[in-house]
Design a protein around this ligand. Sequence first.
Ligand SMILES: [Zn+2]
Length: 290
Amino acid sequence: MSMTDDLTAGGVLGYEVFVSESIPLALPDRLPNGEGRTWAPISTTLVYGERDAVLIDPPLTAAQAEAIGDRIQTGGKRLTHILATHAHGDHWFTADMLAGRFPGAQVTALAATIEQMHRVLTTRKNFWDKILPGQIPASPVTAVPPDGNRVDLENHELVLVDVGHSDTDDTGVVHIPDLHVVVAGDVLYNGVHQFLVDSGNGGRDAWRQAISVVEALTPRQIVAGHKIKERDDDAARIIAETRRYLDDVDELLPRHPTPEGFFNAMLDRHPGHINASSLWGSAQALYADR
Ligand SMILES: [Zn+2]
């Protein structure tokens, strides 16, 4: 390592998490507990050095992206990259809007994730624009895979690690070794009901393997793609809680003949979790699959 690298390695490096709060969806149905349908809070992470910054997981709606853009602008760092951990629209649909606001910022994701983005785009009209009409900006796929799956931030590495299936296929996490942080997209959840629609049958075991890949990176902090704003990013707690949620699903599914029974049992097990709307969507999909 050169002297310059040593000096830079001792320089400013930090991260900040913006949590876009839960929003109501334009769906008429209600949950079995009477609540309306909502989208989960979304975590967007800014990793910053002295001059430059990298944004990870731009949010879903134009209003959310505008608020985050204002925060980035106030901070005064030059945005070099916008990374997406996976292809679900709530982690990249505003990437192009933010890239337009911060010229020079390159939208970046794993090659396999980019292929999934094209697939997700085909569901936009019949799903995303129905649940959030008029709220999502234009979302062309502009991402390119980074060289060697690494992005440089003032001589600190951000490594895009392919972890396979988590709450959807072809997902990645961003490992920042110099911060001991993993920005985990939807591999880990922090106090928010987990999205199980794409994880019937073997999907939950693949998800467990993805969690083990993150654990092996030995992070101290994990930014979960969906978190309760006030919660810390303690890696050990978040890993244990996300695993326990998947174990509870496997235990309770065979014990309950109806999605309503499963929904209520999961609520009892996880009384502190938010966005039960996602649990209800998951329950309906898992029981339709059986
Ligand atoms: Zn998500």
